[in-house]
Design a protein around this ligand. Structure first.
Ligand SMILES: [Mn+2]
Length: 426
């Protein structure tokens, strides 16, 4: 199934009067505050978020998985699904592949397909957290950190292979998320594990093409429950520095212990020019992989405030690679992703409304109350008409979820793919 712009145009036409009324009111009040409304909308239009290939089917927990009908069972169908989301939202212009789940057979055909949906290939992701069929060495006791030289070499070789696959697709970065760690005190020598990891990452880094970046993701716990080798941003930052200037830290919102001040982490990394990638999701307890903005929208806004500040003030930091990293256990995965994209753009738009000049003045005057007023004035603004305008300008849907349902996208996918179609790789 493909969504054509004429179909959306008809649906948009029915809602256009309400949109215009809300937009004019908001644009007027924002302009009065001295903000350039067109510049804000342009920034929303330019902000593209990659969809990971593993988020298009139902996820699951170790207790079970409840499938969703009409899931994409091949890489081609996954790209089609991202195409549908992008057509509706105009903000999902990239896909992030997971190797070995998504190895293309015909690279040119895959590139043509992505191109026809206006979709780029974002970071490629390696997988050394599970054993592959016929692999010689097991990662049960670690991969890049393993005490087994053969296991480390296999893991390094896999990452180099992933880079080669990414090169053929036009990707420009490799994301390494390492599950390595230990489950019990005494099981692992922390220093040996860290040193092995650093040495292995340097081996991978050596083969990185000139215009590529290496993203090092961190996570405090799970699948190991006593220690994780790359447990926090500091460890990732240290490893990135040890590798070199093309290596960066990747922040995943769900990979922090409860109440961590993620906006401060973001600020530190951007000041040091080392925030390379960013994964969006939301959580209540840990790495819950919930819909972005569904539990802590204010925290998301504060993080975006730090990101926007960094993008405007830290030329030493490259433009980060944005991706949604979530799992959909009970919602239609495509609807969940649309909700996530909306929440991301909403937090982004609110952060763009923060009057940085006034805030700096209030900070220098130690006017704590005014600082909070400035921040919360932006947060309390209903920016949804700005998001609508950005989508409308690019031929997307005024209301993506409504359009998804009225066009009966899921019903069509089930008709095309069958009820029992399962997303590959999960
Ligand atoms: Mn992640």
């Amino acid at each position: 199934m493909r969504i054509d712009k004429n179909q959306l145009g008809e649906a948009n036409q029915k809602q256009i009067d309400g949109h215009n009324e809300h937009f004019d009111f908001l644009a007027n009040s924002i302009t009065k505050k001295g903000k350039d409304i067109d510049a804000i909308i342009k920034k929303l239009e330019d902000f593209q978020i990659a969809i990971p290939s593993w988020a298009l089917g139902a996820g699951g927990t170790r207790f079970g998985r409840f499938g969703f009908q009409g899931e994409p069972s091949t890489l081609e169908l996954k790209i089609d699904d991202v195409g549908l989301i992008h057509a509706l939202t105009q903000s999902a212009g990239a896909i992030s592949l997971h190797i070995p789940w998504d190895v293309p057979t015909d690279y040119n055909a895959i590139k043509d397909l992505a191109n026809s949906h206006d979709i780029l290939f974002d970071a490629v992701n390696s997988n050394t957290f599970q054993d592959q069929k016929n692999s010689k060495e097991s990662y049960k006791f670690g991969s890049l950190s393993s005490t087994s030289k053969a296991a480390r070499e296999q893991a390094v070789a896999h990452n180099i292979e992933v880079i080669k696959i990414g090169e053929k697709l036009g990707s420009k970065s490799l994301t390494v998320w390492l599950a390595d760690g230990s489950n019990f005190p005494g099981q692992s020598n922390f220093q040996t594990a860290l040193q092995n990891t650093e040495d292995s990452l340097k081996e991978i880094y050596k083969t990185l093409p000139e215009d590529w970046k290496l993203f090092i993701e961190y996570k405090p716990y799970e699948p190991n429950f006593y220690s994780t080798v790359i447990q926090d941003w500091g460890t990732s930052f240290m490893l990135a520095n040890a590798c070199g200037e093309k290596a960066y830290t990747l922040v995943d919102l769900g990979h922090h212990l409860p109440n961590a001040n993620i906006e401060q982490i973001v600020s530190t990394l951007m000041l040091k020019g080392k925030l390379g990638g960013f994964h969006f999701n939301d959580s209540k307890y840990g790495d819950d992989d919930l819909t972005v903005g569904s539990v802590k929208p204010y925290a998301l806004f504060l993080i975006f405030n730090a990101l926007v500040y960094g993008m405007e003030n830290n030329p030493q930091n490259p433009y980060p690679a944005w991706m949604i990293d979530a799992s959909h256990n009970i919602k239609d995965p495509l609807e969940d992703l649309i909700q996530s994209l909306e929440a991301i753009q909403e937090a982004h738009a609110k952060a763009l409304l923060v009057d940085q000049k006034l805030l700096t003045e209030a900070q220098l005057n130690h006017d704590v109350v005014k600082c909070q007023e400035i921040i919360q004035d932006a947060y309390r603004t209903d920016v949804r008409p700005l998001l609508e305008k950005a989508r409308l300008n690019q031929g997307g849907a005024l209301s993506p979820i409504k359009a998804y349902r009225s066009l009966k996208v899921r019903e069509n996918l089930i008709k095309e793919r069958g009820a029992n179609s399962v997303a590959s790789g999960l």
